[in-house]
Design a protein around this ligand. Structure first.
Ligand code: G3P
Ligand code: MG
Length: 278
């Protein structure tokens, strides 16, 4: 995959962007990367598939962000939408499928005929691949309309804790109930790092992160203001942004204290991370 050779003036400091840097939080180290591949390397492979994670690994990415939901039979699968229409050759709701039915879907051809054999990945299959590649995982607990957060979290979090060390796992969600349930399952914030997802800071954000003993806040990069970034950093929290694919536009945010960007195409950020120190 070609690396970006955009405006050289936008490259003040240039550590390898898919490389990782270690941050310390309350005595527990988590190896947080500068860039995280959103839904796998979703610019170049069908999102949230094993192929997208293989592509991320091949591109040198150390971490991926993926979404998890449950099928109707309770199987946790890696999937973003409530329905299957956008990213498969099928129709209907995910919660109306069991695993055998989900397996029949072609989840790659919508992206490219080259991926026509791709099948929906279960969480267990995905975790096995992440472990094999020694990658880090930011798993988003995706709570679609009328889905029960507790059932998903109770199915997912024990699997995560069994598969990955705390230094390679960050669980995030827009859903506060899901995050609180995850914290109830693992009360030690050093053993389970939680990230609060929000498009921008809400009036309750500080109470939420305190209750959750959260590690990080993940905000929409387009809505981020310096004051909000400062508030997050001043609270001792790590700040991530989603989902940015324009490194030049993103550039000032590194100076505001953003630690990692979630991108469909992390290699675009090569040479475009200002103020990185390691
Ligand atoms: O986790 C960041 C990002 O993935 C949140 O939005 O809709 O892409 O899952 P979405
Ligand atoms: Mg997501």
């Amino acid at each position: 995959m070609p690396l970006s050779s955009r405006d050289a003036s936008l490259a003040p400091t240039t550590p390898p962007q898919c490389g990782a840097r270690t941050s310390s939080h309350s005595g527990m180290s988590l190896t947080l990367p500068r860039t995280i591949a959103h839904r796998g390397l979703s610019a170049h492979a069908p999102e949230n598939t094993l192929a997208a994670v293989r592509a991320a690994h091949a591109a040198g990415c150390r971490w991926v962000e993926l979404d998890v939901q449950q099928l109707g039979d309770g199987t946790p699968v890696i999937w973003h939408d409530a329905g299957v229409r956008r990213c498969s050759n099928g129709r209907g709701k995910l919660r109306h499928l069991d695993l055998a039915q989900a397996r029949q879907l072609d989840v790659g051809s919508w992206f490219s005929p080259a991926f026509r054999h791709e099948r929906m990945a279960t969480l267990d299959e995905m975790l096995a691949l992440i472990v094999e590649y020694d990658m880090g995982l930011n798993l988003e607990l995706k709570i679609s309309y009328r889905h029960r957060p507790t059932a998903l979290v109770e199915a997912v979090v024990p699997r995560l804790l069994a598969a990955l060390p705390p230094s390679r796992l960050l669980v995030s969600s827009f859903d506060r109930v899901a995050l609180r349930t995850a914290r109830d399952i693992e009360s030690d914030p050093h053993r389970l790092h939680l990230g609060l997802l929000s498009d921008k800071l809400t009036k309750d954000w500080r109470a939420d992160v305190d209750t959750l003993r959260a590690y990080s806040v993940h905000l929409d990069w387009r809505k981020l203001k310096p004051a909000a970034a400062d508030a997050v950093r001043s609270a001792g929290l790590h700040l991530l942004c989603y989902t940015a694919n324009d490194p030049a536009m993103f550039l000032p945010r590194w100076e505001w204290g953003v630690e990692a960007v979630i991108s469909d195409d992390p290699p675009l950020f090569h040479g475009h991370v200002a103020g990185a120190t390691s």
